[in-house]
Design a protein around this ligand. Structure first.
Ligand code: XUL
Length: 518
């Protein structure tokens, strides 16, 4: 028996097929949006806009990618053996659909491309995604309606954040009231794609739902005052929140026929890429922590009890139902790449530069705000350099990476998180020089996963869990995840005091800079 996990991230769609009994990865493949779907004109998976704060992507591109990857898979894997499908997607992005969405899904035909059948169903051709920071006004309004940012955070797990879905929906509703009136359904990227597979609109799981500023963490239901602060009559457009491990139903008959799935193939709710990655990295227990070094850099930790978070942090739910403390940094790979490109290096050259420079970088520091930053909140991009000479490529490479990890360490400390070990995923986790800096800054061992997309692996493990809950997370993780972990990169204790000092200097520089920006 097989299970399928899919991950629709910012830049690509990945599929992982697992043998459910042994946990062995049978097949893995990925499509890159820019390369494989040039007709949608994205760059790094997003559409450019004259206003840098506005970042959208075309939902039809995600549909085209889902159609293509299933079509390719059917020629390689016997899809009739797939007992369940789960998935994950970039968090926070929202898709706006006509009232006819259920009929369109129910009426899908097996013989025509999905994009042709769905083209008319959107009330908004593009979907705002997590990189969008255009909703400052909406955040203020939501926080004010709920009694201030701390109260919004207490109820929903996060203060109102620009990229979160509640503020994004609010902006759309007030700036395009006609299109909003025509909108019968709003879904996250995750619940939109799950709806296609299920052949009916499905609800949003708690894990991804907690990235909306709309879910009451205590009741796991929508928080009516938050809905009211966004738009009247929002609840019916969202559908009910769903348990992450529930089975939503069986696959759409049209898709079963199109790709050769059996009619009984179960559809499990999709979640966010970070909650799915938590499982794909084996974070099934209280206290487990990980770094995801992708388009965004993310630090997350699993906590059975609700963690006390500083204002910049978020509390989501992991697929096990535990809490998941999370900090998301917009300047992840993008910032590393900007430094690499500025000095005309390739990744090998970048790593050599890290090797040539000493931990602590002689006190040279960078606040790597190449684009608006989420943590700390920086709405206008602008890199800050201290003691760095222009053109010093080696020092710049170390400064960007050290700055990123020091910033993470500061937030972790503020949340009472002191990792005793870290797991790492994302493109940059393949770079041992970068992982060594993470180990030195956090002063703990770091193990990376050898799987390119741990969210897709986590999704496949979730599919296996949904069909055999008795197996329990520990056994599934042991079988499917542990064999994929690489050797630990060990911290060098000699550098503990250097990084303690540098962290203080970084914090002081950041405080000064934020104060000067007002
Ligand atoms: C998390 C966040 C990003 C996206 C990236 O809050 O915004 O990590 O999930 O896909």
């Amino acid at each position: 028996m097989l299970v399928l996990g899919l991950d629709s991230s910012t830049q690509s769609l990945t599929a992982v097929v697992l043998d459910a009994a042994s946990g062995r990865v049978v097949h893995q493949r990925a499509l890159n949006f820019d390369r494989d779907f040039p007709q949608y004109r994205t760059r790094n998976g997003v559409l450019s806009h004259a206003d840098a704060a506005i970042v959208h992507a075309p939902p039809l591109m995600w549909v085209a990618a889902l159609d293509r990857i299933l079509d390719e898979l059917k020629d390689i894997v016997d899809l009739s053996q797939v007992a369940a499908i789960a998935g994950s997607a970039q968090q926070h992005g929202s898709v706006y659909l006509r009232g006819s969405f259920p009929e369109v899904l129910a009426g899908l035909r097996p013989d025509a491309p999905l994009v042709d059948q769905l083209a008319g169903v959107f009330t908004r051709a593009t979907a705002p995604i997590w990189m969008d920071s255009s909703t400052a006004e909406d955040c203020r309004a939501i926080d004010a309606a709920l009694g201030g940012p701390l109260e919004t955070q207490r109820v929903t797990g996060s203060a109102a954040y620009e990229r979160f879905t509640g503020p994004q929906i609010r902006r759309f509703a007030r700036s395009e009231p006609g299109a909003w009136q025509a909108t019968g359904h709003v879904r996250l990227v995750s619940s939109f794609l799950a709806s296609l597979l299920a052949g009916k609109p499905v609800g949003t799981d708690w894990g991804d739902g907690s990235g909306m500023n709309l879910l009451d963490l205590a009741t796991k239901r929508w928080h009516q005052p938050a809905l009211d602060a966004v738009s009247p009559d929002l609840a019916r457009r969202l559908g009910d929140p769903v348990e992450p491990w529930t089975v939503l139903g069986t696959i759409s008959p049209a898709l079963a026929k199109r790709y050769g799935f059996v009619a009984t193939c179960r559809i499990v709710p999709w979640t966010g890429d970070n909650p799915a990655s938590a499982i794909g990295l084996g974070l099934a227990r209280d206290g487990h922590c990980a770094l995801s070094l992708g388009t965004s850099d993310v630090l997350f930790a699993i906590s059975a009890a609700r963690p006390a978070m500083p204002p910049a942090g978020h509390i989501f739910f992991s697929p096990t139902g535990d809490h998941m403390a999370l900090f998301c940094f917009a300047n992840g790979s993008l910032a590393r790449e900007a430094v690499k490109d500025e000095h005309k290096l390739d990744w090998a050259g970048f790593s050599e530069a890290l090797g040539r420079t000493a931990p602590g970088n002689g006190g040279r520091l960078m606040l790597p705000w190449f684009r608006p930053e989420i943590v700390p909140k920086v709405l206008k991009a602008g890199v800050v350099r201290a003691n760095l000479k222009p053109g010093d490529a080696d020092a710049d490479c170390r400064a960007v990476v050290e700055g990123q990890f020091i910033s993470m360490r500061l937030r972790a400390k503020a949340a009472g998180i002191t990792p005793s070990a870290l797991r790492a995923t994302g493109g940059a986790a393949t770079n041992l020089a970068i992982l060594q800096i993470a180990a030195d800054v956090f002063q703990c061992p770091v193990r990376r996963s050898n799987v390119t997309d741990t969210a897709a692996l986590g999704a496949a493990v979730r599919a296996a869990h949904a069909i055999d809950r008795a197996a329990g997370w520990d056994r599934l993780v042991q079988q499917a995840v542990e064999p994929q972990l690489g050797e630990a990169v060990m911290p060098r204790r000699d550098f503990a005091s250097i990084y303690a000092l540098l962290a203080q200097e970084y914090a002081a520089l950041e405080t000064r800079e934020l104060a000067s920006r007002g």
